[in-house]
Design a protein around this ligand. Structure first.
Ligand code: BG6
Length: 518
């Protein structure tokens, strides 16, 4: 893998949780892999007063606690001191031009000292209300040279910005944010992050579909009965309820992570493996999602809120009792959806999605369920039908792919059992996958935009979400309470049962062998 070019990376919000948990550890891992050049500097920027040395201590602690390899075998002292020799901190507000002037002076100094060639990557890991002021100040104070339409970004020095989620809270705010970012940056300089796109299995989805010949011919409504996407978390929202209450599961997980998964499963083969071609195909998927009237929202969408209880030994008093949540809050901590992609490939094939907090375990997976064989031969001898063929793309906790096939149980009678053929990344490649943020920061440093979301893509996804939000404004049905440690409210199960289907988890997995006698 090529090393990245000379660059100063600036993290806004450097004293926050994301920086400590993910960003600084990811930068350390890139250093360990030898992917950062000698000409590199990292500048933390936040409102908290702090010296360079104090920030370095925070970085060392964050790396020791959170970096993938350091957690296992301790930090590599040589690499750590190499990195710390390049770490600095700058105190400033996010909207004061004079603070950005000082930042510019500081970056110019670092540029000279480390020969960074004027290349800058700005990471906006701040609350969303700081995105616009920061981007305006960067542009107005001359920290960024905006690429003109049609110009090539890589001529001379470059400046790029990575924007954390949430990217807007509805279509209008996303459009406004896009327009305001454009004052300082050209689209080719903007990297909207969705950390799911940095996950190995998610990237592998395209390899699975387009580098193997046996999936693509049957990857359509003729052979696929339905697609399910489950992203379940056992943690509650109690610790970050202040933020969560303004967001909810639909905005927090569906608009971004789950829609990305869905788009990669559903999209047409891109004409090339470049950012533009792939993102064009994803946008087409969002545009093809069937629009239903907001009045019918409760037919297609179920929302839930966890009540009091316990998951994995961790108690919660229930979402409505969490700090920062209004006692009558209708924010959903669980959502299940049924969507249709009205195009040639997916006509009539439902996509079921569900995500929630306080569920029995942390599981992220896509289940592609194939239609039953045309003649269910075995049904004549069996009381219940044979199991469906599922292809399960596992994103977490383990990463891999598993195929559920019907197999004959050895013996004299015709007993059928669903068996799994498993491909597990860790054991197949004997290599631990990098963390999503490692891959994404590396790509942004290289100027590779494929795994980032384009402006129109974010807007197209919000268009669908807006319909649901609009429907909820008028719906008389409030989120249904569910007990922590369960797979969500009863109505989510009914959403499937109504169609004669069932969820692949939480609804009869590990079913007994179907007894058949010849
Ligand atoms: C974040 C959401 O984007 O993704 C969180 O804001 C969620 O609510 C997290 O917990 C899940 O990410 P992962 O990688 O742990 O599945």
């Amino acid at each position: 893998m090529p090393s990245t070019p000379p660059c100063a990376m600036v993290i806004f919000g450097a004293s926050g949780d994301l920086a400590k948990l993910k960003l600084i550890p990811a930068i350390y891992e890139l250093a360990i892999e030898g992917l950062l050049p000698e000409q590199f500097a990292l500048l933390g920027y936040a409102r908290t007063e702090m010296s360079d040395e104090a920030f370095r201590q925070i970085c060392i602690e964050a790396i020791g606690k959170n970096a993938r390899t350091a957690k296992k075998m301790g930090a590599n002292q040589e690499k750590l001191s190499w990195l710390m020799d390049r770490v600095y901190y700058h105190t400033g507000q996010y909207d004061k031009p004079e603070d950005f002037q000082k930042l510019k002076t500081r970056l110019d100094e670092l540029d000279r000292r480390y020969r960074l060639q004027g290349n800058r990557l700005f990471y906006l890991s701040t609350p969303p209300n700081a995105f616009v002021p920061i981007s305006e100040c960067l542009g107005q104070q001359g920290l960024v040279e905006r690429v003109q339409s049609g110009a090539v970004e890589h001529k001379g020095s470059w400046q790029r910005v990575i924007i954390e989620k949430p990217f807007g809270h509805d279509l209008k705010s996303a459009q406004e944010l896009n327009a305001l970012l454009m004052h300082s940056f050209h689209e080719s300089q903007i990297y909207r992050i969705d950390h799911y796109l940095g996950k190995e299995t998610v990237q592998n989805l395209m390899v699975m579909r387009f580098a193997n010949s046996f999936f693509e011919p049957i990857w359509n409504y003729k052979y696929i009965d339905s697609v399910q996407i489950t992203v379940a978390e056992s943690v509650s929202a109690d610790d970050r309820a202040g933020y969560y209450d303004k967001s909810g599961a639909l905005r927090d997980m569906v608009q971004n992570h789950i829609f990305q998964l869905m788009a990669l499963v559903a999209m047409e083969p891109p004409v090339a493996l470049d950012a533009r071609s792939i993102r064009d195909e994803k946008v087409k998927v969002y545009k093809s999602i069937r629009r239903f009237s907001p009045r019918r929202v409760d037919e297609f969408v179920v929302r839930g809120q966890y009540g009091p209880g316990e998951v994995n030994g961790k108690k919660t008093e229930g979402y409505l009792k969490a700090k920062g949540v209004a006692p009558d809050s209708t924010t959903e901590t669980f959502v299940a959806l049924k969507l249709f992609i009205d195009n040639w490939r997916w006509s009539g094939t439902p996509f079921y999605i569900r995500t929630g907090k306080c569920m029995p375990s942390k599981v992220s997976e896509v289940t592609v369920r194939f239609r039953s064989p045309p003649l269910t031969l075995f049904q004549k001898q069996c009381e219940s039908p044979v199991f469906p063929n599922d292809l399960v793309i596992k994103v977490a906790p383990e990463e891999g792919i598993s195929m559920h096939l019907n197999g004959k149980v050895p013996g004299g009678s015709m007993n059928i059992k669903s068996v799994e053929m498993n491909f597990n990344y860790a054991s197949a490649f004997k290599k631990e996958a990098p963390e999503a943020y490692e891959r994404l920061i590396y790509d942004a440093l290289l100027g590779e935009q494929t795994l980032f979301i384009r402006g129109d893509e974010a807007e197209a996804a919000w268009e669908v979400i807006d319909l649901i939000l609009e429907g909820w404004k008028h719906s008389t049905r409030k989120p249904e309470e569910y007990a922590p440690g369960t797979w969500g409210p009863r109505r989510a199960i009914e959403l499937m049962e109504h169609d004669g289907r069932r969820w692949s988890r939480g609804q009869g997995e590990g079913e007994p062998i179907i007894a058949c006698s010849l």
